[in-house]
Design a protein around this ligand. Structure first.
Ligand code: COI
Length: 365
């Protein structure tokens, strides 16, 4: 292990244990942050250097920093789970590291090595391990959500890839992303807005994709929906993904279908894990285009028996209905979302160390 690369300057004002415990009892999502953050700097001349763990706090950025003007930024989402014996683990970090490199290439940012990516999580957790919640029961999916991100920090208003870049990891204790646990959510279908176009940045995890989804997310909220579903930009027919999650459709005959990966779809780590775990559950996974008409007809005929969203933050969450400008698409065969629940239990059991990790998906932090 080469964690020694990360110098450590401990917080001089760490959160008091009583306050931390109050936060861990009811963390919500993305509201509270731990005492430290990891940081690595990159410059065109020196490459990656200055690995450190330092107290969590505001960044000092010049108002002309490129990221503030042209959005040259990427991020990741990954969780740390506390097992029953107190040890702390993360799930398939090499997949996030690889995706982070892919996102970097698309946004003309420097690639961070997989070793630096994984070690930055370990170095931060070596300091802030006490912030990883201890689940109260098997139904409790609390964890420490880790947010690695990279920004263009050069002071320069010319439009070109930045010559100075900073990488950080911050961490936030998290309960379920959707309030109400596994209660099915309502999804809004945006008839106008698109999330991504061929040749664009859809497959990269960059802030711009999320910024582009917010006007549609606002429409969703106005229709009392908690997420928005996007169709493809070219034909306006094909189901792509939600604002921040991938989608799966469960068919009556045991097939489980998710849109195949294109350059407009983010390759979710949970998506990939579900495709594998589905086989363990005796299901037949399929990656292929699925149209809004197939959704509508399959829901009406009972061919489609369940729909669920998945992502690191959301885990696996059943979709109750799709709300459009003109109608509400509900499953005629709406049952108890048994398949989504089975997959969710299998995934969480693996992540929390309640099921044997036969694929080497867990990494100790
Ligand atoms: C994640 O699932 O980690 C994401 O980045 C999505 C976001 C909705 C929180």
């Amino acid at each position: 292990m080469s964690l020694e690369r990360f110098s450590v300057s401990p917080s001089t004002r760490p959160t008091a244990e009583t306050i931390r415990n109050d936060i861990l009892d009811n963390p919500g999502f993305g509201r509270y942050f731990t005492d430290h953050m990891a940081h690595v700097r990159w410059t065109l001349d020196a490459g990656w250097h200055g690995h450190e763990v330092r107290p969590y706090g505001p960044l000092t950025l010049d108002p002309a920093a490129a990221v503030l003007h042209y959005g040259q930024e990427i991020f990741e989402g990954i969780k740390a789970y506390r097992h029953a014996d107190g040890s702390v683990w993360t799930f398939r970090p090499e997949k996030n590291a690889e995706r982070f490199r892919r996102s970097a290439r698309r946004l003309a940012l420097p690639e961070l090595s997989d070793e630096d990516f994984v070690d930055s999580l370990k170095a931060l957790l070596a300091r802030d391990q006490a912030w990883v919640p201890t689940p109260a029961s098997e139904a409790d999916e609390s964890s420490l959500y880790l947010r690695p991100f990279m920004i263009a920090s050069e002071t320069f208003l010319g439009v070109r890839p930045s010559h100075e870049v900073d990488y950080y990891v911050i961490a936030s204790p998290a309960a379920a992303y959707f309030q109400g646990g596994v209660k099915p959510v309502s999804i809004w279908l945006s008839s106008h807005y698109k999330r991504a176009a061929p040749g664009g940045t859809g497959y990269a995890k960059c802030g711009g994709n999320y910024a582009a989804s917010l006007a549609a997310q606002k429409e969703a909220a106005a229709h009392e929906c908690s997420q928005v579903a996007f169709l493809d930009a070219a034909e306006n027919i094909w189901v792509e993904e939600l604002g921040g999650m991938n989608l799966f459709f469960v068919f009556r005959d045991g097939r489980i279908v998710t849109p195949r990966l294109t350059d407009t779809i983010l390759e979710g780590v949970t998506r990939d894990s579900v495709l594998t775990l589905a086989r363990d559950e005796g299901l037949t996974p399929e990656e292929r285009p699925i149209s809004i008409e197939e959704w509508r007809e399959g829901a009406a005929s009972g061919e489609i028996t369940e729909i669920f969203a998945c992502g690191t933050a959301a885990v696996i969450t059943p979709v109750g209905e799709l709300v459009t400008e003109s109608d509400r698409i509900r499953l005629s065969a709406q049952g108890d979302n048994a398949v989504a629940k089975r997959l969710r239990t299998r995934l969480l059991d693996l992540q929390y160390g309640r099921r044997e990790d036969t694929r080497g998906w867990l990494t100790r932090l």
